[in-house]
Design a binder for this molecule. Sequence first.
Ligand code: MN
Length: 191
Amino acid sequence: MHYVQPELPYQEAALEPAISAKTVHFHYGVHEKTYIENLNKLIVGTQFENEDLEDIIREADGPLYNNAAQAWNHIFYFFSLNPDGGGEPDGELRKAIDRDFGSFEEFKTKFVDAGAKLFGSGWVWLSKDSDGKLFITQESNAGNPIRSGLTPILTFDVWEHAYYLDYQNRRADALNALWQVVDWDIVCTRY
Ligand code: MN
C-alpha cells in the first residue's frame, strides 16, 4: 500500500490566529509529509505492506510504529480543525462529556491540563471505550490510544513543533486557542 497525504480542506492561513499559516505549513506540509514518506519506505517488504494503518498502529513496533502512528495522528488532528469551528459539542458526545467530566467547561480544563503537564513530546487524547465511557489520556511521542483498545474522539498535539513558532514555551495558551477551531460537527460523529 502507498499512503498519500490528504489535502487539508482549508488554506494554511485559515486557522489564524489560533494557529499561524507558518505553523500549518511546517507542521502539516513538512513534518507530516515526512512521516508519511518514512512510513511508505518502512513498510516495503514487511508483513504490514497491505495492512490498514490502524492495524499497523496496533501491531508494529519501533520506527514503523512511530511513523505510522504519527502519520495517522496528524491527519486525525488537522481534520478535527476548521476555521468555522469552535463552540460546543452537542448530541450524544455532549451528554457523555457532561456525564464523565461534569461539564464541558470542566472537560476543557482537564484536557488542556493533561496536555500542558505531559512531559516532553506527545499527544493528549479524548477517547471512548466499548461502553462509551470517555477517557482523557496522555501519550508520549507517537502514542495512540488505538493501541490500548480505545476509540479516539479528539486529540491535541503537544510536540513543540505544533506550537513553538507561535507560542514559544506557552503550551497551555496554544492548547486553549485550539478550542476556537475545533470542528465539533466532525468530532461528534466519532462518538
Ligand atoms: Mn505534530
